[in-house]
Design a protein around this ligand. Structure first.
Ligand SMILES: [Zn+2]
Length: 69
C-alpha cells in the first residue's frame, strides 16, 4: 500500500476549492449606475450598489485578444 499518503492529502483539496471559486465568479456591468458587480453561480442578478436588475456581461481580456487575432 504505497498510495496511502497521496489520496488523503488535505492541501490538494483546499487548492482545488480556491481555484473553483475564482473561475466561477463573473463580472457584470450594471445597466443603471455602471458599477461592476461580481456574481458567482447561483446568485441572483442584481446590482449591489443601486439594486437594479439589468446587468450586462463585461468584456474580458480574453474576448479582446480573440477579436484582435
Ligand atoms: Zn447599479
Amino acid at each position: 500500500m504505497s498510495a496511502q499518503g497521496y489520496s488523503g492529502n488535505p492541501a490538494v483539496q483546499v487548492t482545488n476549492q480556491l481555484v473553483d471559486n475564482n473561475s466561477r465568479s463573473v463580472e457584470y456591468l450594471c445597466g443603471d449606475c455602471d458599477s461592476v458587480v461580481a456574481l458567482k453561480r447561483g446568485e441572483p442578478i442584481r446590482c449591489r450598489n443601486c439594486g437594479h436588475r439589468v446587468l450586462y456581461k463585461q468584456r474580458t481580456n480574453r474576448m479582446v485578444q480573440f477579436e484582435a487575432r
